[in-house]
Design a protein around this ligand. Structure first.
Ligand code: FPP
Length: 247
């Protein structure tokens, strides 16, 4: 739920009228963050979960309407079993620890992707969080779990074809997991790589892309402010011309 006034938002160096409605984040670099410190990769994921807390809170407080985070891709299933086990454990721990505060802040949680692949305990924890927060009017927090953008598009296409033999763009959009969050305005990727990695392929058609070398566990509120400032400075034309007609 938006907490800050326009005045307060300006005090962060942000423009109230240029806060993106939908922010998506590829939270990369946890493993390297840990390795650099001589720690096992799992510690990086744990630090990553801790970083998430402030980012969700601040996004909600400045009035971002939807935040979609890449927690586990379909490709992540190729990781060693023990790392997958650690991630599943962290997910359960995260929901158990954070759900009350998220709920109190009116955050609405939804998972996107194929949850059925996960152990029952993960599925049950995530579903319980979705049910508990379903009616909340605040930040829409979409957590991508066993998610792939192409798979989402195939699914959307199939669903749309149940409605019509010749689905149009709106029909596809309506059948995406993120239908009620709309297109992504700002896509952030941490960890130094500059790729999209099969995330929200349809939704990012006109997104502004922000890449940073900062590894996810070090992505603090100040780093998010930097990303939001960069977004505010971009000129979005959506394929049209500048308002004064100049290109
Ligand atoms: C990328 O780091 C990160 C992931 C594969 C997982 C992201 C997951 C979390 C932050 C925690 C789980 C999420 C929730 C919602 C509790 P990497 O391992 O690919 O890092 P590397 O590129 O340095 O190896």
């Amino acid at each position: 739920m938006k907490k800050y006034s326009d005045q307060e938002i300006k005090a962060f160096g942000l423009m109230p009228e240029r806060i993106p409605k939908h922010v998506a984040i590829v939270m990369d670099g946890n493993g390297r963050w840990a390795t650099e410190r001589g720690m096992p990769r799992g510690m990086g994921h744990r630090a990553g979960v801790n970083a998430l807390r402030d980012i969700i809170r601040f996004s909600s407080d400045v009035g971002v309407e939807s935040l979609t985070i890449y927690a586990f891709s379909t490709e992540n299933r190729k990781r060693p079993k023990d790392e997958i086990g650690i991630l599943c454990g962290l997910l359960i721990e995260y929901f158990n620890r954070e759900i009350d505060e998220l709920h109190a802040n009116a955050v609405r949680i939804r998972s996107i992707g194929d949850l059925s692949w996960f152990p029952t305990a993960v599925q049950e924890t995530v579903r319980a969080a979705e049910v508990k927060t379903a009616a909340n009017p605040g930040l829409k927090l979409n957590i991508a779990l066993n998610y792939g953008g192409r798979a989402e598009l195939v699914r959307a296409m199939r669903l749309a074809m149940r409605e019509s033999d010749e689905p149009d763009e709106d029909a596809i959009s309506r059948n995406l997991y993120t239908a009620d969050s709309g297109d992504v305005d700002l896509l952030i990727r941490t960890g130094g790589d500059e790729r999209v990695s099969n995330f929200l392929l349809w939704q990012i058609a006109y997104a502004e892309l922000y890449f940073t070398d900062v590894k996810w566990p070090d992505f603090t509120r100040d780093e998010l402010i930097r990303a939001l400032q960069a977004f505010a400075g971009r000129e979005r034309r959506f394929g049209g011309l500048k308002s004064n007609g100049a290109k």
